[in-house]
Ligand binder design. Structure first.
Ligand code: ADP
Ligand code: MG
Length: 545
């Protein structure tokens, strides 16, 4: 069949533009991306062949080959893994399915600062497209394992790509980069040099579980040791970081590394990471969980939601459980008692790591909180077992200063006569600060927590107290400010006005009463102790409830 020219999706085109005019300084990483894809493809084929006994595929010598042609200035990365069908090539290579793409591109356009742009790109992780930083043409030939015909794809990265049948394609995928003309001033980045390629593989891909070989040689360039199975003392920070980048598709170093090993009745190893930046899709509906499941070194699944609760979806890494069946399904996994035990231990370990970080390095903890605090607050709603720990991890704005405070620090500043922890929810700090509810509290010198995340509305309803002190909204119910009762003569004096107001406003309010809570405003609206707040009402309405 003749070749067809197809257009990239608009967003892909913009992303490619950025890559072609490469603004990313560490170009070496394109090779890590290609090897990472090849390794994923080998993982997938091994798993599929273990589960599907009828799959006609060659799995004898699964490996990755690198071929350099200095004369032609080409570099080829080849794997004999799962491969792709024609439709998959169009789907996977021609479009970006990632949520948050449009937002990232908008931010990129708005950003003038080169360093900020690089960070955005790294955070997003452009994968296959990073090849266009170093190549002016990329050719991909692939055949899906078990299929007969293959597909050839080629593009210069400028808006369109060619696609055609390739009958003679071997099983798996090969990606050939036609390298940009040599920059004679930049010998360091000559990707047509054998030595350079070996060096990059050693640096970025040593832990890849499959042999990576130079064409014509049987010797593996990488050590192939599963990082999580090695003793902690033998693994360098750099190795941990590169592994993190492999599993997370992030280009930035992680904030924390957690390496665990459990022996006994249910053996497993876990290598988890807390990223330093939130991904774009942290709060999108189709956001993924970051932990992969392996069974005795065999990759089983990505995005394993059975291993981490929803609120810790930002934790990345690998769990290798030794005693599970290879074809365990997601549904069965959720019910598996041993997995539930592992999950509980992982949660405890992540939370204790965060607690330690908060105690020992408040700056770094502040970075973590700015990126993931909103997700962690969801845990106060769902994870009743760890509520106490989570409450201690909170950093909240308050009227005391512009800095965030822990609940414990708030309690230490409480006035002698103060029984409750006061808070107010609202849309913004300014709105809360200027609310008439606030007046009496500020006048009396009480500190009030300012809660402006929509999720705050939900968790404060679930948490009754901290350290024996009730949490009390200053906008709800009768707040006892220690003021004396409104004198009887005042009650009498205002009775006709109250009756009249109550009748006039009966459609809109439940009750009109005298109050000592205001100092300068004439009146304010107070919610019933069990009413939903205006912000929550808005949130529910937005959710269509
Ligand atoms: P990511 O790896 O983050 O999904 P990439 O841009 O690197 O993003 O790759 C996009 C998709 O293309 C992969 O998810 C995979 O499905 C497919 N793909 C890329 N390279 C290969 C390969 N060597 N073999 C099979 N599929 C591949
Ligand atoms: Mg990839």
């Amino acid at each position: 069949m003749s070749s067809e020219t197809l257009e990239f999706q608009a967003e892909t085109r913009q992303l490619l533009q950025l890559m072609v005019h490469s603004i990313y300084s560490n170009k070496d990483i394109f090779l890590r991306e290609l090897i990472s894809n090849a390794s994923d493809a080998l993982d997938k084929l091994r798993l599929e062949s273990l589960i599907d006994k009828d799959l006609v595929a060659d799995t004898d010598d699964l490996h990755i080959t690198l071929a350099v042609d200095a004369g032609e200035r080409t570099l080829t990365v080849r794997d004999n893994g799962i491969g792709m069908s024609r439709d998959e090539v169009i789907q996977l290579i021609g479009t970006i399915a990632k949520s948050g793409t449009a937002e990232m591109l908008r931010k990129l356009r708005e950003s003038k600062d080169a360093a900020a742009k690089q960070e955005l790109i790294g955070q997003f992780g452009v994968g296959f497209y990073s090849t266009f930083m170093v190549a002016d043409k990329v050719t991909l030939v692939t055949r899906r394992a078990g299929h007969t015909g293959g597909t050839r794809w080629e593009s210069t990265g400028e808006g369109t790509y060619e696609i055609e049948e390739a009958d003679d394609a071997p099983q798996g995928t090969s990606v050939t980069l036609h390298l940009k003309p040599e920059d004679t001033d930049d010998q360091l980045h000559d990707y047509a040099a054998d030595r350079k390629i070996r060096e990059i593989v050693k640096r970025y891909s040593d832990f890849i579980a499959w042999p990576i070989r130079m064409e014509g040689s049987d010797e593996a360039l990488n050590s192939m040791k599963a990082l999580w199975a090695r003793p902690r003392s033998e693994v360098s920070d750099e190795e941990y970081h590169e592994f993190y980048k492999h599993v997370s598709h992030d280009w930035t170093d992680p904030l924390e590394t957690i390496h665990m090993k459990a022996e006994g009745t249910f053996e497993y190893e876990a290598l988890l990471f807390i990223p330093s930046r939130a991904p774009f899709d942290l709060f999108s509906r189709d956001g993924k969980h970051g932990v992969q499941l392996y069974v005795k070194r065999v990759f089983i699944m990505d995005d394993c939601e059975a291993l981490t609760p929803q609120y810790l979806r930002f934790v990345k890494g690998v769990v290798d459980a030794h005693d599970l069946s290879l074809n365990i399904s997601r549904e069965i996994l959720q019910q598996n008692r041993q997995i539930q035990v592992v999950r509980r231990r992982l949660v405890k370990k992540v939370l204790s790591t965060l607690t330690e970080l908060r105690e020992k390095d408040s700056d770094r903890y502040g970075t973590f909180w700015a990126e993931f605090g909103r997700a962690l607050k969801e845990g106060l709603i769902d994870d009743t077992d760890n509520r106490e720990t989570l409450l201690d991890l909170l950093l909240l704005p308050s009227t005391a200063s512009s800095e965030l405070t822990t609940l414990r620090d708030y309690v230490s500043r409480m006035k002698e006569d103060q029984k409750d922890i006061y808070y107010m929810t609202g849309e913004s700090r300014a709105m809360v600060e200027h609310s008439p509810h606030m007046e009496a509290f500020l006048a009396k010198g009480y500190e009030v927590l300012i809660l402006t995340d929509p999720v705050d509305e939900v968790w404060v309803e679930r948490i009754n107290e901290f350290d024996g002190k009730p949490l009390q909204s200053i906008a709800k119910g009768q707040v006892d400010l220690g003021a004396s009762e409104t004198p009887a003569e005042q009650q009498e004096e205002f009775a006709p006005l109250l009756t009249w107001l109550g009748e006039t406003l009966q459609e809109d309010v439940k009750e009109v009463r005298l109050s000592s809570r205001l100092t300068t405003s004439a009146a304010c609206i107070v919610g019933d102790a069990h009413d939903i707040t205006p912000t929550l009402e808005k949130m529910y309405r937005a959710m269509g409830q």
